[in-house]
Every structure is written in structure tokens, then in C-alpha cells.
Design a protein around this ligand. Sequence first.
Ligand code: ADP
Ligand code: MG
Length: 321
Amino acid sequence: MGGEVSLIERIRVRAATRPDVILGIGDDAALLKVPADHELVLSTDTLIAGVHFPVDTVAADVGWKALAVNLSDLAAMGAEPAWISLALTLPEADSDWLDAFLDGYCELADEHRIALVGGDTTQGPLSITITAHGLVPSGMALRRDGAGINDDIWVTGTIGDAAGALRQWRGNGLMSAKLRHRLDRPTPRIAAGIALRDLASAAIDISDGLVADLGHILQRSGAGAEIDLGRLPTSRTLAEHFPDDADRWRLQLGVGDDYELCFTAAPAHALAIEQAMAACDTAATVVGRIVREPGLRLRTPEGESFEPAIGGYEHFVEPAA
Ligand code: ADP
Ligand code: MG
């Protein structure tokens, strides 16, 4: 146990730095050098115990996930992550918990050579707010508003695994270890986002489910889409645990937490995208295409239309029974 100052000191000694950090932890604010001809990409996400992760999640996984969900937003912009600000609210000054949290946080931060440059430490119900700062060459960021008619719709990795774990958690509480790993340790698709800068027309990360997140691209791009449900990239583990197609599709479409990328691209770029994704060891699958008619149409492998009756998770909205 220790006070705020000793907690901050525990963080400071483990915080990575980099040459573009002029002043990091220890002053009133951080001082950072943005390289010429680059734009600063900034995103904030909060994780609250019991809302964004099961309360029994081990501290190292909380540390990983808090960073991963923020890096995922930078990935969806095609940004390269650089600097992190970490606001921690802890129920008590538990240095063991903090050390384990930092184990998970640092594992992912070090993988991407990210500096921890500041933050805030307060007492209260467990919550973690991270502001991630990334860099992108000027004018090269991936946005939600660029999808064009006839563009392919792509998804990285597999989707629905974290949703499957959440369903099991809310059921009898027993989660498949593989599915739970996807929920606790999402992989931010940083290399894929960077590789897509001059190939994708629009991108978003899937935090609220494919329907809701692709819906944001459609709304901002003023277009509609058709999705072939038979093409949704599905892990073998998810298919084993959720063998009913319609049930599994609802998980894949309506619940997020996978933090895969959904992006659109002209069909002419398909081969280049396959090569670029292979080069960064990221699976990517075409699941449908952008169409002029507004709205999202889902088709089963038999060609029938499918109405999932789902929405993405929204705070302050009571879920339907
Ligand atoms: P101030 O009162 O000026 O905001 P603080 O005592 O909150 O200063 O913070 C002191 C220094 O430690 C600042 O540089 C701040 O950015 C850093 N800091 C505080 N909490 C954290 C944290 N959880 N992670 C990283 N840096 C932190
Ligand atoms: Mg402060």
C-alpha cells in the first residue's frame, strides 16, 4: 500500500520514453515533438470495472485491454501510436494490483514502442481512462466518410469471439479460455491500419459490433451495404461453442469487443490489400460491398434476407429484455 505519490513513482519508474518526449512524467504537463509534415491523432477511451470488463478480470489483462482499445482507435485512423496519458481511478492504493496492471500495460506498450508521458491518479471505483496520441503523415488518415459505391467491405481477423465470451459470462459465468482470451487481450491492428493508409477508402474499429460500426461508415459516407453472412470470418472455437448459425451471426453482428478493423476499398485494390495484410500477418476477409441504396442488407448463404434485431451497445440506454 502507498499514497498517490508512491503510486505515481511506481508508474514513473516503469514508464517507457522515446526521443520525441521532451518532458514526460513529473512536470505539470508533457512536452512532445510532433514531426514535420505529420498530423497528431488523438483518442480517449474509458474502461469501467463491471461495464467494460468482468470485475474478476486479472489486473494484467485490464492493463493490456485499457491500452489495446485505445490503440485500436488509432489503428482505425491509420496512425502510428506514440504517446500515452493514463488516468487511473483505484478503489485503494493497492501497489500489487498496480504492478500487475503495469505488467499487462507495458507488454503491449513496449511491443509498439509507446511512451507513457503523463496522467492522473485518483481514488474511487476502478476505472481507467487512456488518451492515446498517434502520428500520421498529413492528409493520410483513414476516416469513416470515404466509402465509395461498389467498394468491397473487409474485416480483419475473426469476429464474434469476444461476444461469445461475454454471452457465456452473462450466462453461467463460465467462459471458454480461448474466447475469454479474445475478450481480455484484444489485438490492436496497428500494422494493418498503417498498411491501409493508401489502400482503404474508409475504416473503423469494431468495438460495438459490425452492424453498428459499419453503420457509422455508411452514415458518414452516405451509402448502404450488403453483407454475405456466410463470409463472416469465424474462429473454429466460436463455431464449436455457438453452432446455430442465426445465434452466432447475432453475436458477430451485434456485439463488439473484438477490436478488429472494418474497412472499405475499391475492388481494384483487392490483391494489394491481400499482400499488405499477409505482410503484417493479419487475416482479412471481404464480407460484402457498398451500395448506393441506403441501409444495411444481410444475406444468408441461401440468399435469404436476415433481420438480426440488434443494436450496438449504447450507454444510458436500457437493453431490451
Ligand atoms: P498535478 O497536480 O500537477 O496534476 P500530479 O500529482 O497529478 O500533478 O501528477 C504528477 C506527475 O505525474 C504529472 O507529470 C502527471 O502527468 C504524472 N502522473 C500522475 N498520475 C499518473 C498516471 N496514472 N500515469 C502516468 N503519469 C501520471
Ligand atoms: Mg494531476
